[in-house]
Design a protein around this ligand. Structure first.
Ligand SMILES: [Zn+2]
Length: 318
């Protein structure tokens, strides 16, 4: 049996299995090695596939060209002073807790300082966006919503303004929702809304919007555009866009509940990425599999700088 392989699949199902699988940094390194190079180590210098020499502390060397690298180099774990066991524990809690965790809760749960907890969460959020690559298809509702309670530097309730988030939701027949995408936009102009739709909705999809002018000319881009005139008439219940309405209320509840509304606009997009990652995996039977997916993304994502962590990640979304 391969080291750490539990019950025939390479991820833990329960916290007990998690603890058994990852007792120390060596076990975490071996796991990252398996998921980063599932078909064997490929040397970044000479591209030879081989079994690398193990040096100390996660360092590895290519037997062909002697190039030295590390398992975490070029990933979100690059140059971290935080132990891999702590990163793994954070990934476990983020993916298995029903509503995720705030940096404050993670700080208490792991017994690390707030900065470490915040940094890990931000880096994981950046890696989450990379999972969401396949365009939405079928019938897709698109609408903007105002996310309030987002701080503008001051205390809650003072200087608080709302941020515009545009949401796209797949509508399933006869009922239910598929996947979502969302983006924090500067305004509700066509110049802000159209690039989002082009990025996240497949051509030939049916796009349902209200009568807002920002959504004009969708048909020019190969979409079947259905306009719900009722929604633009100021319908307060907003039932004409049930998908977006439902997702928006879950998003707002999550921001106010799990995160206590303490989100600055510069970081709003990263929270939207986490919400999207969670929402699109809400029906997954195995939280352990979601944990593994997050780590797979983490080793496939380029390092995130301290500036990104502090001032907000530069999302190159398109
Ligand atoms: Zn090499």
């Amino acid at each position: 049996m391969e080291l750490g392989l539990v019950a025939g699949h390479d991820y833990p199902d329960t916290y007990r299995e998690f603890v058994e699988m990852f007792p120390d940094n060596t076990a975490c390194e071996a796991y990252l090695m398996r998921i980063r190079w599932p078909k064997g180590f490929i040397c970044p210098a000479c591209k030879t596939c081989s079994t690398p020499w193990n040096e100390s502390r996660g360092r590895i060397a290519c037997p062909s060209c002697r190039h030295q690298t590390s398992i975490s180099a070029g990933t979100i774990f690059d140059k971290t002073r935080t132990e891999l066991t702590t990163w793994f524990e954070a990934a476990w809690h983020v993916t298995t807790a029903k509503n995720g965790m705030s940096a404050k809760t993670l700080e208490r749960t792991l017994g690390v300082n707030y900065r470490v907890a915040w940094t890990m969460l931000q880096r994981f959020r950046v890696s989450m966006v990379n999972v969401e690559r396949n365009a939405l298809t079928g019938e897709v509702e698109v609408d903007e919503t105002l996310v309030g309670g987002v701080q503008q530097g001051g205390k809650r309730g003072r200087g608080v303004s709302k941020s515009i988030v545009v949401i796209a939701v797949e509508i399933q027949q006869p009922k239910g929702f598929g996947r979502v995408r969302m983006r924090h936009v500067a305004d509700a102009s066509g110049a802000s809304l159209l690039p989002f739709i082009l990025d996240v909705v497949a051509p030939n999809a049916v796009v349902l919007t209200d009568g807002w002018g920002g959504y004009n000319c969708l048909f020019k881009h190969g979409y079947i555009h259905k306009i719900n005139v009722l929604a633009s008439s100021g319908d307060p219940a907003h039932v004409s866009m049930p998908g977006v309405h439902r997702v928006a209320s879950l998003l707002k509840r999550w921001i106010l509940g799990t995160h206590q509304g303490a989100i600055v606009p510069a970081h709003l997009q990263s929270y939207l990425e986490e919400f999207t990652f969670r929402f699109n995996r809400r029906t997954s039977n195995s939280r352990g599999l979601v944990f593994r997916r997050l780590l797979e993304q983490a080793v496939a994502t380029k390092p995130v700088t301290e500036t990104d962590v502090t001032h907000g990640y530069e999302w190159n979304i398109s």
